[in-house]
Design a protein around this ligand. Structure first.
Ligand code: WTA
Length: 681
């Protein structure tokens, strides 16, 4: 423990205080393990360490003066008005960072680079699924964003107003986020795979004034319509005054004159002059809805100064961003937090060139991503374990058919990467050379909280390693007492961090209850974890009823509500079970109403799987829906999902003492056996 960086808190001492300064004082030192024999470790290659943006001294600096460290990172940004306060934590859990400063996100992402003479530097290398391509410089992007900012203002969008965004991965999407931020409005991106119902609920909750969408987008060789979904979402009347539509798919769309506006008719003719004004650091930047433990998604609220500070710092430190030479590619959709922090904001703030790809990795075949890496000479690739596992299934030949020698650094996010996938990623994609940074964080945390520093850390496949400089993580038991290395516990953040969520939209009580109720002014992440003997963190998965399917969060309750919404369904229980490719898969158990004649038992599975996809979106479609006579419950009538999980994974059911009726297990087992002889509907 002595010779390693650790963020374990000792009693009330600042959590970073235990860092061993002596060992780390020599800068890019490589941290050695005492347990080198029983575990594979990968020291950073010497040439990588020698050129890394951030060395081990960052841990030292941050541990000596945590707030000073973050203030230094914040000063890397352009402030319209300098801040004098760093952190105000006088009313936990409502943090204020750099509160008296004023800043503009869009200015930092664009104007700053153009003013510095880098307007001709390429910001976006975009590739559409059918193979069309665009290369957009920082100056061109600023031009487009300025025009759009003027259009938004003309449409009556003001600072503080919410703008819903339902767009595919096209350059206009990045422009939209930056234009909304530029005028101090608040974007709320809804993933393009979500249904009309999900979109409507999010538009209503945020009371959006405007929706930006596209006619449709390319997915798996076909047009996936978007505007029709928006029309459906708005059909029952809303707060939305206008719908701005990008022409992308070329598909026929209905048009509501007065409300609907084509992007290509409005934006090019607007003025390209737009002065970005500063907004207070705590001005809202965006809302992003994510699944919690209830059926109602939470609108996670992020503000400006702290968010930009930590996303851009982590991008420099963990992805080693080099604006002159890097071609960075994060494969996340902008509908998720990763697509906000590490596509729309951090890379542009840091002035790098990034690749954006519209379609799916298997179109026209599984070589597509590797062709893109080869074509644009991608240097840094950031993706999810579920994608890696899909490529493992397809086979290494598909990857190795391409020249990937440009790759110098690889990242992973969304769920724990299993050591097997880590090693494959390292060997096949990274030519056994590129370091891997496994990054742990959440929609709520806004930016990465745990990861290796690629020039410093000896990485261990499967471990998210350690808290980044300036962040204090701990693993505690139910009573909040730190657990011993090796024991599982709950992951908490001991101190506020700049990019932390500032609340749940319109629901401060839920914010307090969800994240702060358990341990007072320490943030509870909802994840289980353990420290190993070296102080490295191993994530153990969610401890609540949140599932993780292909790196996307879904709540069991959300799926159960969708099932029960169907007229034929009396009761439903949903669980996530382990899946080789997607991490988890949704399995549902449904009790049909006794006298219903709407669906036959044989059709029920197909009908209900479709129903969930219609209501929430295709990502939520259960892998299987088992029709059962009864659900396992406690005496007080609560569904015991743990038993359902055991049954679905076909392993012996654990403790059943709380079960009201033991017979239910035999009955469900028989129903699963019977159902598994037929294909899912
Ligand atoms: C999980 C995605 C292990 C975790 C950025 C977390 C991870 C949830 C990792 C957040 C990782 C994300 N190792 N687990 N590297 N990254 N998770 O909000 O359970 O979509 O709480 O944010 O994903 O998912 P979210």
């Amino acid at each position: 423990m002595n010779d390693s960086i650790t963020t374990r808190a000792a009693g009330a001492a600042p959590a970073t205080a235990q860092i061993n300064l002596r060992l780390l004082a020599d800068g890019h030192g490589i941290i050695e393990s005492h347990h080198g024999d029983d575990e594979q470790r990968f020291a950073p290659p010497a040439d990588f360490a020698a050129q890394a943006n951030v060395g081990a001294e960052a841990y030292v600096q941050a541990s000596r003066d945590r707030l000073g460290f973050w203030a230094d990172q914040a000063r890397q940004l352009h402030w319209h008005r300098e801040f004098t306060e760093v952190l105000d934590w006088s009313e936990p859990p409502f943090a204020k960072w750099f509160a008296d400063g004023e800043i503009n996100a869009s200015f930092n992402a664009l104007d700053r680079h153009v003013l510095a003479g880098n307007g001709d530097h390429v910001a976006l290398l975009w590739e559409g699924e059918p193979g069309d391509r665009r290369s957009i410089t920082y100056a061109e992007l600023l031009d487009e964003v300025s025009r759009l900012a003027n259009v938004l203002t003309d449409l009556g969008v003001e600072a503080g107003d919410r703008v819903a965004v339902y767009l595919p991965m096209i350059p206009e999407t990045i422009a939209t986020l930056l234009a909304v931020a530029r005028i101090g409005a608040v974007h709320s991106v809804v993933f393009g795979g979500f249904s009309a119902d999900s979109l409507r609920a999010r538009i209503e909750d945020a009371e959006a004034k405007l929706v930006v969408t596209a006619d449709g987008s390319w997915r798996r060789g076909k047009i996936s319509p978007l505007k029709p979904v928006v029309d459906q979402a708005l059909a029952a009347g809303t707060t939305v005054e206008h719908v701005l539509v990008v022409r992308r798919g070329g598909n026929e769309v209905d048009w509501q004159s007065g409300r609907d506006i084509w992007w290509h008719e409005a934006v090019p003719q607007a003025s390209a002059e737009h002065e970005a004004q500063g907004f207070p650091a705590e001005h809202p930047l965006f809302i992003l809805y994510t699944s919690g433990t209830t059926g109602r998604p939470k609108g996670i609220l992020h503000t400006t100064g702290g968010y930009l500070t930590q996303t851009s710092y982590t991008h420099r430190a963990i992805f080693d961003a080099k604006p002159e030479t890097d071609v960075y590619w994060c494969t996340a959709d902008v509908g998720w937090i990763t697509g906000h922090s590490y596509v729309a904001y951090a890379p542009l703030i840091n002035g790098v060139t990034q690749v954006i790809y519209e379609g799916t990795p298997d179109t026209p075949d599984w070589g597509r991503w590797w062709q893109i890496v080869e074509r644009y000479k991608v240097t840094v690739l950031y993706t999810a374990p579920t994608a890696i596992r899909s490529f493992m299934k397809v086979g290494r030949e598909t990857v190795l058919a391409h020249d990937l020698s440009s790759l110098r650094l690889l990242g992973s996010v969304g769920e724990a990467i299993n050591p097997e996938a880590w090693l494959w990623y390292h060997e096949v994609v990274g030519s056994s050379r590129a370091p891997i940074v496994d990054t742990w964080w959440q929609t709520e945390t806004g930016a990465i909280l745990a990861a290796p520093l690629p020039g410093v850390t000896s990485t261990k496949p499967g471990s998210a390693q350690r808290a980044i400089p300036g962040v204090a993580l701990d693993i505690v038991d139910d009573a909040g007492t730190p657990v011993d290395p090796g024991s599982g516990g709950l992951l908490v953040v001991n101190e506020p961090w700049p990019s932390m969520l500032r609340g749940i939209w319109k629901d401060p009580k839920r914010f307090v209850d969800t994240y702060w109720e358990t341990f007072g002014d320490r943030y509870f992440a909802g994840d289980g974890a353990r420290f190993d003997e070296d102080g490295d963190i191993w994530l153990l998965g969610r401890v609540d009823d949140v599932m993780n399917v292909s790196g996307h969060r879904l709540s069991t309750t959300e799926i159960e509500s969708a099932l029960v919404d169907h007229h034929a369904v009396a009761e439903a229980g949903a669980v996530g079970i382990a899946d080789e490719t997607t991490g988890q898969a949704v399995i549902a158990f449904v009790v049909l109403k006794r006298n219903q004649h709407l669906v036959s038992k044989s059709e029920a599975e197909a009908v209900l799987r479709r129903h969930v996809a219609d209501l929430i979106g295709a990502i939520a479609r259960p892998r299987r829906v088992y029709i059962v006579a009864e659900l396992p419950k406690t005496r007080s009538g609560k569904i015991i999902r743990r038993v359902l999980r055991d049954l679905a994974e076909r392993r012996p059911v654990g403790d059943t003492t709380t079960l009201a009726d033991g017979g239910v297990i035999t009955a469900i087992t028989a129903q699963i056996e019977q159902a598994s002889t037929v294909k899912p509907g």
